[in-house]
Design a binder for this molecule. Structure first.
Ligand SMILES: Cc1ncc(C[n+]2csc(CCOP(=O)(O)OP(=O)(O)O)c2C)c(N)n1
Length: 299
């Protein structure tokens, strides 16, 4: 099945080099894969965020397809309108895809996304999840893992990193009625491309969440992005799965399970967790979260 889907992927680059993303940007790597899976017959609606700012502006663009910039909160609403307009005009064969960061998706655009799914728009919504508001200086979002030191949850005498858990948006999307919900990682490109190919042909709302490590915000070297993304999956912190019509239809088994420390110790924004009693408690909590994912999705 995966082979058949990926066999149709275009060799053409529809997201091209020359943009201003930081070296090793997980979003840029993932977007290139996403565009290969989507192909040319698409209208992209891109919310304000890193991806939008670094790929368009000053009269240049990295997108070889029709592309609309929406406000930070509005990608799902704009995509809904584009899809409805295409439908009412009798235009067939053009997929509408919304792309936004986790700030634009989990937080400020959450209501728009829920409305889009509730109205059953035929839109594929892709969240590039870098667990932060990257574009404005690495503030926390409701996707950020607990314990993370961000610009708005710093580590000092009054604040010890993020307190709240990561919002489980894929499960919320399942409950909301999205016909296809999947998580993906650029460390597993065949799986990522197959999921985007599947989401593309759904006649109802699809939600795909892609883990996109950010060297600049998370604090790691730009040549380590794929390694970090792979380790995130292998610890169970980023479970890869698919839901179709409310049912879990696949989850990627972890061949080589790793403790969460193997992920945390590689990222600068977790360095305060090591060698303190308080840090050990937070690491244990994250290990429990990973264990729960492993049990829940049979990873
Ligand atoms: C209503 C509104 N509030 C705040 C901003 C400022 N702003 C622009 S992008 C952004 C953060 C984007 O974060 P995310 O969606 O996670 O994308 P990333 O930059 O991490 O890719 C913020 C706070 C804005 N443009 N509009």
């Amino acid at each position: 099945m995966v082979k058949n889907l990926v066999g149709n992927v275009s060799r053409e680059e529809l997201f091209v080099s020359g943009h201003n993303a930081c070296g090793g940007c997980g979003q840029a790597i993932a977007t290139r894969m996403v565009m290969k899976a989507i192909g040319k017959d698409v209208i992209i609606v891109n919310a304000t965020g890193c991806l939008e700012t670094v790929t368009a502006g000053g009269g240049i663009t990295a997108w070889e397809v029709p592309w609309i910039h929406s406000t930070f909160e509005n990608a799902a609403a704009v995509a809904s309108g584009v899809e409805a307009a295409l439908k009412s005009g009798g235009r067939k064969g053009i997929k509408v895809v919304a792309i936004a960061g986790d700030g634009g998706t989990f937080d400020i655009g959450f209501g728009m996304l829920s409305g889009m799914v509730d109205r059953r728009h035929e839109v594929m919504y892709i969240c590039m999840d870098n667990q932060e508001y990257g574009n404005t200086g690495y503030q926390k979002s409701s996707s950020t893992l607990p314990g993370t030191a961000t610009a708005t949850t710093p580590v000092g005498s009054l604040s010890r990193g993020k307190i709240q858990p990561k919002k489980d948006l894929p499960q919320i999307m399942v409950a909301n009625g999205a016909v296809y919900v999947a998580t993906a990682s650029p460390a597993f490109p065949v799986d990522l491309i197959a999921k985007v190919c599947k989401g593309k042909v759904k006649t109802g709302p699809a939600y795909i969440q892609i883990d996109t490590p950010c060297p600049t915000g998370h604090g790691f070297r730009e040549n380590k992005t794929i390694e970090i993304a792979r380790i995130a999956v292998e610890t169970g912190l980023v479970p890869l799965f698919e839901f179709e019509n409310g049912k879990l239809i696949s989850s990627m088994q972890i061949k080589n399970k790793l403790p969460v420390q193997d992920y945390l110790k590689r990222l600068g924004w977790f360095k305060h967790l090591f060698n303190t009693d308080e840090g050990n408690v937070l690491i244990n909590n994250l290990q429990n979260m990973a264990n729960e994912n492993i049990a829940k999705y049979n990873l």
